[in-house]
Ligand binder design. Structure first.
Ligand code: C2E
Ligand code: MG
Ligand code: MG
Ligand code: MG
Length: 287
């Protein structure tokens, strides 16, 4: 019995796998068409400066409006786009659109763009970023590049010179999702990041759990000690904001300020009243 059941299960899994493969192929074909049909859109989420109590920039987050499936989240197509190399074209589109959108915003409002490891190896990222900035006449000082640890893991020797070249041109580099990888700490010493973005998984319990708060406190101090700007991602409540106001945290991002919104909502977001947790902070003049 057990043996027959096992075989049945194997056949079931084989069938399941085939369905998965077919879905993947369909998605890949759609993804190729999406580049040409301009089915992508950028949404923007505020980066909120805790000291100045105002929005100081926006992170560009890609959205795919599939004609049949509707909105496909980035996590459901970015990995596939990376695997089949389409991320290079999509990434170029993101760079251009983000720069031309940001050029319409007030001076001093920055734009942050996420890039994949493939964009470092499969294309000339320095050139692509330079062209996007030039086409929009956007100052490099208003542009931030967000990379995750996986970008560095992929090929440190190839990536580091590119990061240095970008930095020499006045572009800021942020370490995204900090704390989620295997060796986050060692990567911090491999490149002088301008900013670390502490992953949202660390903020969840800070209001209710002493240990979670202690870990957050320590990571913020680490980033600050290394002279980096520190952003906390995934801030969802007023309590979390109030706690972070007591830390050396520079910037927050999260649903409590605003979820990512279409570009037409940017003026409205910039006009919102300041949010604070009621903590009076001493201004820091270092940055
Ligand atoms: P990320 O760069 O870490 O972006 C932050 C993600 O957290 C976004 O998810 C955002 O919507 C979400 N988020 C923001 N505030 C909160 C909050 O308060 N609570 C919770 N639970 N989530 C929050 P999204 O837009 O689904 O993007 C997911 C990931 O996809 C991004 O993570 C980034 O790694 C990748 N991605 C997005 N756009 C691009 C792109 O243009 N190029 C590349 N290569 N990757 C992208
Ligand atoms: Mg990011
Ligand atoms: Mg992140
Ligand atoms: Mg993330």
């Amino acid at each position: 019995h057990a043996k027959a059941d096992g075989r049945k299960r194997e056949r079931f899994f084989a069938g399941e796998m085939e369905v998965q493969m077919q879905l993947r192929h369909a998605l890949e074909a759609d993804l190729r068409a999406a580049v040409e049909n301009e089915e992508f859109e950028l949404h923007y989420q505020p980066l909120y400066d805790l000291r100045q109590r105002r929005i100081c920039g926006f992170e560009a987050l890609i959205r795919w409006n599939h004609p049949i499936r509707g909105r496909v989240p980035p996590m459901d197509f970015i990995p596939l786009a990376e695997e089949v190399g389409l991320i290079v074209d999509i990434g170029r589109w993101v760079l251009r659109r983000a720069c031309s959108d940001a050029a319409q915003w007030p001076e001093g409002i920055k734009v942050a763009v996420n890039v994949s490891a493939i964009q470092f190896s499969g294309s000339d990222l320095t050139k692509d970023v330079g062209e996007a900035l030039a086409a929009a006449a956007l100052s490099p000082s208003r542009f931030e590049l967000e990379i995750t640890e996986s970008v560095l893991m992929e090929n440190l020797d190839e990536v580091l010179p590119i990061l240095h070249a970008l930095k020499e041109r006045g572009i800021r580099i942020s370490m995204d999702d900090f704390g989620t990888g295997y060796s986050s700490l060692s990567y911090l010493s491999s490149f002088p990041f301008d900013k670390i973005k502490i992953d949202k998984s660390f903020v969840n319990d800070i209001a209710d759990n002493k240990e979670a708060h202690a870990i957050m406190h320590a990571i913020i101090l680490l980033g600050d000690a290394l002279g980096m700007r520190v952003t906390v991602e995934g801030v969802e409540t007023a309590e979390q904001l109030a706690l972070l106001e007591c830390e050396e945290c520079d910037e927050i991002q999260g649903y409590h300020i605003s979820p990512p919104r279409p570009v037409r909502d940017v003026p409205h977001l910039l006009a919102l009243p300041p949010k604070n947790g009621g903590v009076t902070r001493l201004p820091k003049t270092r940055r």
